[in-house]
Design a protein around this ligand. Structure first.
Ligand SMILES: O=P(O)(O)O[C@H]1O[C@H](CO)[C@@H](O)[C@H]1O
Length: 313
């Protein structure tokens, strides 16, 4: 098991005292590290200075923690991961969630986890921010769960309930923030996140399967972080930016028909199969990053400090 005390000691040396007790934790999804641009008195700590931290190897993820003040007035002390770790990078699940546990040990009560995700629900337009209210995690159900293994902290629950994983209070604050900021209603939606291991994007049949199971968006991150944060007793908010529509045609556009038409001399429409790319995901993050930033900043303003100090739902 990783040694948190060594990590905490380094942070004590590198982070000024005023920022050493962050109240809110933020995890920036693919292309969303600009979230930290609104921090004041920012101090960056590269992951390679921190025992127990691995490196973010995915484009659109930086390998640094950012400490600073966010929001109006004096500001709220926050700690932000400018890049996250995914199991598909080859990182162990315990490494993926290590920073979340460090946040807990530094006193973070509320964590805002963002990600880029593909839409399974056809009603979700690209660019929508989905306030996640539930998840489906096939990897969890089949033995890939960051909480598997001997209990490392006996003060934490062995059997963690997840029916209340996504804080009702924090979710509602997102809609209050959007209202206060006059953000148009359809910029936001609510939905269920499906976690897949990646790094492959879904086949059309897999997309249909996840949709039929009740998921609205799909991505390759977040759920391990949610589990660790809940185990540590934090209140969790997850915001998914829809960066692409998952390709789920029912119609496979028969190549037999295409062949037969060509073979009989009739003109056949040549069809190019649609594909998604990480470049597309990052481009959307760039386009909509400001909206995510504005909402996160306002939510942080709205979190009552007395509520933040205790676990609520
Ligand atoms: O979930 P984040 O880290 O935002 O990134 C999403 O974007 C990448 C795929 O384009 C995957 O890593 C997926 O999980």
């Amino acid at each position: 098991m990783a040694d948190f005390s060594a990590t905490l000691q380094v942070l004590k040396e590198l982070v000024p005292p005023a920022l050493q007790n962050p109240r809110v934790g933020i995890i920036c999804g693919s292309g969303l590290s600009g979230l930290a641009a609104t921090l004041r008195q920012t101090v960056l700590v590269p992951y390679d200075r921190l025992p127990g931290f691995v490196q973010s190897t995915v484009p659109g993820h930086k390998s640094s923690l950012a400490f600073g003040l966010m929001g109006s007035g004096g500001g709220v002390p926050v700690i932000a991961m400018l890049g996250r770790f995914h199991p598909y990078e080859g990182h162990r699940l315990s490494s993926v969630v290590f920073p979340v546990r460090v946040m807990a040990k530094m006193g973070v009560n509320d964590i805002i986890i963002t990600n880029a995700a593909g839409a399974l629900n056809p009603e979700l337009a690209v660019g929508t921010i989905v306030v996640v209210h539930d998840h489906i995690a096939l990897p969890n159900l089949t033995g890939m769960n960051p909480l598997l293994g001997p209990q490392t902290n006996l003060s934490l629950p062995r059997f963690l309930p997840l029916s209340d994983a996504y804080s009702r209070l924090l979710r509602k604050l997102v809609f209050r923030a959007a209202h206060d900021l006059s953000i148009k209603r359809d910029a936001l939606a609510e939905g269920t996140y499906a976690w897949v291991s990646g790094p492959t994007y879904e086949t059309p049949a897999e997309g249909r399967f996840l949709r039929a199971a009740g998921a609205d968006v799909v991505g390759m991150s977040t759920v391990p972080e949610v589990l660790a944060a809940r185990e540590e007793g934090m209140n969790v908010l997850v915001l998914s930016l829809v960066t692409n529509a998952v390709v789920i045609p029912m119609d496979y556009r028969s190549v037999r028909d295409e062949f037969e038409a060509e073979n009989t001399g009739m003109s056949a429409t040549s069809v190019v199969d649609e594909v998604v790319s990480h470049e597309e995901v990052l481009a959307l993050g760039k386009l909509k990053g400001d909206l995510m930033k504005t909402i996160v900043e306002k939510v942080i303003d709205l979190i009552p400090s007395d509520v933040s100090m205790s676990v609520q739902n």
